[in-house]
Design a protein around this ligand. Structure first.
Ligand code: ADP
Ligand code: MG
Length: 571
């Protein structure tokens, strides 16, 4: 660790020199309020910014040990400390200090959810912030004085503004942690209560707009109120009692007229695998952690997936028990995604009629008469959904606006009317009695358990292609761009970055041709949970720009990379 005076000496000597001189900053420096660890120095002012870590001097902020020792609490604390840095950065304002990215300071500030991130690390010994900064220059000439101001004024301002004990909002932190722990508690209790999802009374599910994560104005949004017959309550560790609608295991149909809030409700359930911050409106939307939103996704790649339970006897005898395609149709993509979800351990499928393939969901009585069964490869989902529940303990929540045949298979029906939910199960039973559909059950053979598949090692001598995230919905692997936009539960660019880093790590350290994709994906999440993101970061030190995805999203992303081979495991 070098001293502050050595640091300023180096910066002053660099003033006016060519940009590559900044490499001298690589290493560890004691800046007083914080230790500065420079992990990577950018090559020029336009290159990806310099990666640094700031370790707060221990007396800056001392957190109670119960917030550090408990894993859930620590996740919430790290999130809170990151948000504080974000607020301080706004106060600091944008600092332009020359060409390109000169003077820029980047912190990976989270949006509406709290998930494990690499932006801040809390241990019993220190608090560390991971940032990226643009080292200042005019063209290729170093602006040493600006660099000095950036490190010794801007960055130290951020640390003290965000974290110093004097102005630290300890009560807000305690509330942030308590909410997170309560959410974890309720989600953890769902299974024991026979539930797969919970939506709290008073929840605001609607968003400001289709591309916004922020809640709709509370003056216009209709707050959620559980139907009496479905109301459950939970008492939380903090002492608070929450009430709301519990969705039991089994098949749940969400019905109602167009524009009455069906998709919004399903979306809230979809997002309930994550914990939302106070003020989001979905704080008490909590869903079974393995729930997967499934949609049709034509054009996706499918590799060796046994979709024969849904699609079999293709024209010309093409087998579907290890089905592969570079360009799936709506129905084959949806079938493959369901089988892959089961393979990755999902126990809840979330399906919206709007984003499903119509022929995958249903063949009605008329179609059954017109096209004989042996000429139709598809066994529609309606004839598998009960079996999924009974034989595989896989529950389904479906939004249905048009295909009323689904009332036959629903264990319960939630009807939305002007955004208000009603328990319409009894009424649906009457409808089923008085208006039989006349359709015949079409599943002839039992659904087989999803077969494990194993990613294959790269060919001997092949180098690992470039693998990173271009955005929250696109990965790059070599020359290939992988579309992840159908993974609705991959919600953050930092999660996509982590997915890329995790797949990379998996390819280098876990893939052996025998270990299943599900196992590898689980292992990867465990590695981060136990050792932190530094363990999987391809860079020295640790990038501050990762957020933890679920193992399911890692597997789902892996399945979509055309350049990665995968093989069915026997037995
Ligand atoms: P559906 O799927 O039934 O057609 P959507 O869920 O797409 O309906 O909702 C239709 C519109 O109503 C959307 O613009 C949505 O934001 C809005 N909306 C949904 N729920 C609420 C609510 N509780 N209060 C106010 N507006 C809502
Ligand atoms: Mg809809």
């Amino acid at each position: 660790m070098q001293s502050l005076s050595a640091f300023t000496r180096v910066l002053r000597s660099l003033d006016g020199k060519v940009y590559t001189g900044y490499r001298e900053l690589h290493g560890e420096w004691d800046l007083g309020v914080a230790q500065l660890l420079v992990d990577h120095v950018q090559a020029d002012p336009y290159a990806p910014p310099t990666r640094i870590r700031l370790r707060a001097e221990p007396a800056l902020l001392v957190l109670p040990s119960d917030l550090i020792m408990d894993t859930d609490a620590r996740v919430a604390v790290e999130d809170f400390l990151t948000r504080r840095l974000g607020v301080a950065l706004e106060l600091l304002g944008r600092q332009r200090r020359g060409s390109g990215r000169s003077g820029v300071i980047l912190i990976d500030v989270p949006q509406q959810v709290v998930v494990p991130r690499s932006s801040v690390l809390v241990t019993s010994d220190f608090l560390e912030a991971r940032l990226a900064i643009g080292l200042p220059s005019d063209g290729r000439r170093i602006r040493g004085k600006d660099a000095e101001a950036m490190f010794l004024e801007d960055l130290l301002y951020l640390m003290t503004q965000a974290w110093s004990t004097a102005s630290f909002p300890s009560e807000a932190l305690a509330a942030h942690v308590a909410l997170y722990k309560d959410q974890q508690h309720v989600r953890g209790r769902l299974a024991a209560c026979g539930l797969i999802a919970f939506i709290g009374d008073g929840a605001l599910l609607a968003r400001k707009s289709g591309n916004s994560e922020l809640p709709m104005d509370a003056a216009v949004a209709v707050p959620f109120a559980a139907p009496e017959s479905m109301r459950v309550d939970f008492s939380c560790p903090s002492g608070r009692l929450v009430t709301g609608m519990g969705i039991d295991r089994g098949v749940t149909v969400i019905a109602g007229g167009g524009f009455h809030g069906k998709s919004t409700l399903l979306q809230a359930i979809t997002r309930g695998v994550y914990n939302h911050v106070s003020g989001d409106g979905r704080e008490w939307c909590l869903t079974e952690p393995t729930a997967v939103k499934v949609r049709a996704e034509d054009g996706r790649r499918v590799s060796r997936v046994d979709i024969s339970g849904f699609i079999d006897h293709l024209p010309r005898g093409r087998s579907t028990s290890a089905f592969s395609t570079q360009d799936a149709s709506g129905s084959t993509s949806q079938a493959a995604t369901i089988v892959e979800a089961l393979e990755l351990g999902s126990h809840v499928l979330l399906i919206d009629e709007d984003t499903s393939a119509a022929n995958f969901m249903l063949r009605d009585a008329r179609m059954q008469h017109l096209v004989e069964k042996h000429r139709e490869p598809i066994t529609p989902f309606i004839d598998r959904v009960k079996e999924l529940k009974e034989r595989f303990d896989v529950s389904t929540v479906l939004v249905i606006g048009g295909a009323g045949d689904y009332l036959d298979v629903a264990d319960r029906v939630v009807l939305l009317d002007e955004y208000r939910p009603y328990d319409a199960t009894a009424r649906a039973r009457e409808v089923v009695q008085t208006l039989p559909t006349g359709r015949a059950f079409e599943a002839s053979a039992a659904l087989r358990p999803a077969r494990a598949r194993a990613p294959q090692a790269l060919p001997v001598g092949a180098r690992l292609e470039r693998l990173d995230a271009k955005s929250s919905t696109v990965l790059q692997y070599g020359d290939e761009f992988v579309d992840l936009s159908a993974l609705e539960q991959l919600i953050d660019e930092s999660q996509a970055r982590a997915v890329a880093a995790l797949i990379r790590y998996g390819l280098l350290h876990r893939v052996d041709g025998q270990t299943s994709l599900a196992q590898i994906a689980d292992d990867l999440v465990s590695i981060v949970a136990e050792q932190g993101f530094a363990a999987i970061s391809p860079f020295a030190g640790c990038s501050g720009f990762y957020a933890l995805p679920r193992s399911i999203e890692i597997g789902m992303a892996w399945n979509r990379v055309r350049g990665l081979m995968i093989r069915t495991l026997d037995g």
